[in-house]
Ligand binder design. Structure first.
Ligand code: GLC
Length: 426
């Protein structure tokens, strides 16, 4: 078993639970063409303001969101309290740019936290370090106003330290007014001459405050600090192996979207299928990681049908296969990963799970498994899977002994997204 770099935060529940929901929600949901729309299209504040003036999610019901996440098998959620656009979902005392001042007129964060907690999901806050609305956030090369003809003059009136104070004050609100927050996800740093990093955020001071307020909170790795973070967060790609830092395996979480954009995007056509998403979850856990899968709710306050269909499809699989995910991690190295498969392993129960991505014809050969398995069954219906080891004369023909255990599978693939064989180890 790989031992991971120790974390200041409490990651014990996290590496057990494995599967969470990311929510990107803000006024960009109304533009419905990416949460970076203000930056991409260099939209000035006075124009972008139209989304604030029309933010009225009349169909918003966080109970429905929380239920969809719970039914999908998710165990925690992370919501954008503020994204780069600067809009705040809660009733912050430090700004007017918040949900309570839109036509909707209410705090949308608090009822969300309550609804998810009521279903035993842990609570995480994504909070943007970047802020394209705050008057003291110095305009850099990533800012929507980066090409403003009077950028230098505008910046002369800006004091980034005042912005950092605002940032710290809001993080304090978030960590003191919403009960036990389990995860803080700060996003993101881009150090360099025309970027922003630890000095701009006053990261060390911010870090000290976070640990003082909530010593065991799980903190991500985007504050531009070498130490102190708990999790690495690869984004929109699947790492090829267990994520490492300075050679040492770490606690990690892949964050992924359904279609590319994090915020609601009406016209995006690159939606992943349920098959791909289930495989993504399995692939992540087989490398010792977590999956944080994102929904971008609409401006009316709903998860759209494409998202609901996928969550339901994943839940259908999780209903029968979640024990190959919860409490599981990468399999010990002695077990070779068979062709077209992934392995997950529950070290406490001593069970190995073979996730079959491409259903083979009857025989599935497992190298390194001979003599180690007591019983095998299909996980979806607990039907026995017969096992055999090759006869001695056949083994003699192999150039090196492979300790192969052969499973005898039904010709027809079980009617589930990804069939799993549960192996009870001796
Ligand atoms: C990026 C993007 C962003 C998204 C985030 C999720 O840093 O700026 O829009 O929120 O990644 O990981």
């Amino acid at each position: 078993m790989l031992s991971t770099r120790p974390t200041p935060g409490d990651t014990s529940w996290f590496v057990h639970d494995r599967f969470g929901l990311f929510i990107h929600w803000g006024t960009y949901a109304l533009a419905a063409r990416h949460e970076w729309v203000k930056q991409y299209e260099q939209i000035p504040d006075e124009v972008y303001d139209q989304y604030f003036r029309h933010f009225d999610p009349d169909l918003y019901d966080p109970e429905v969101w929380a239920q969809a996440a719970a039914d999908a098998g998710m165990k925690y959620f992370v919501v954008t309290t503020k994204h780069h656009e600067g809009f705040c979902l809660w009733d912050s005392a430090l700004t007017d740019y918040k949900a309570t001042n839109t036509p909707y007129g209410r705090d949308v964060l608090r009822p969300m936290v309550d609804a998810f907690r009521a279903r035993n999901l842990r609570v995480g806050f994504y909070h943007s370090l970047i802020d394209w609305h705050h008057p003291h956030f110095v305009i850099d090369d990533v800012h929507p106003a980066r090409n403003h003809p009077e950028r230098a003059r505008l910046n002369a009136e800006r004091d980034q330290r005042l912005y950092a104070e605002y940032l710290h004050g809001q993080v304090r609100e978030l960590l003191t007014q919403f009960g036990d927050v389990d995860i803080l996800w700060l996003d993101f740093s881009y150090p360099g001459p025309n970027g922003k990093g630890r000095d701009d955020w006053q990261s060390e001071k911010l870090y000290a405050m976070v640990r003082e307020l909530r010593p065991r909170i799980i903190l991500n790795d985007r504050l531009d600090l070498d130490e102190g973070w708990d999790i690495k967060t690869p984004e929109q790609f699947q790492p090829r192996e267990w994520v490492r830092f300075n050679g040492q395996p770490v606690v990690w979480e892949a964050c992924q979207t359904f279609s590319g954009s994090w915020g609601y995007h009406r016209d995006e056509a690159s939606w992943k299928s349920v098959d791909q998403l289930v495989q993504m979850l399995i692939d992540t856990v087989s490398k010792g990681g977590n999956l944080l899968l994102n929904v971008g709710p609409t401006g009316r306050g709903e998860f759209d049908q494409r998202a609901l269909d996928r969550l339901a499809g994943m839940g259908e699989w999780m209903k029968r296969h979640s024990r190959a995910i919860y409490g599981c991690t990468q399999a010990p190295e002695e077990f070779k990963v068979p062709q077209d498969c992934r392995l997950t392993y529950n070290p406490e129960k001593k069970r190995l799970y073979v996730h079959v991505f491409a259903w083979p014809f009857v025989q599935l050969h497992l190298d390194g498994f001979a003599g180690k398995v007591e019983y095998a069954q299909l996980l979806n219906d607990a039907s026995e899977v017969k096992m055999s080891t090759p006869p001695a004369h056949q083994v003699a023909l192999e150039s090196e002994p492979r300790n192969t255990l052969t499973l005898h599978l039904p010709v027809q693939k079980p009617n589930v997204t990804v069939p799993v064989i549960e192996l009870f180890l001796k």
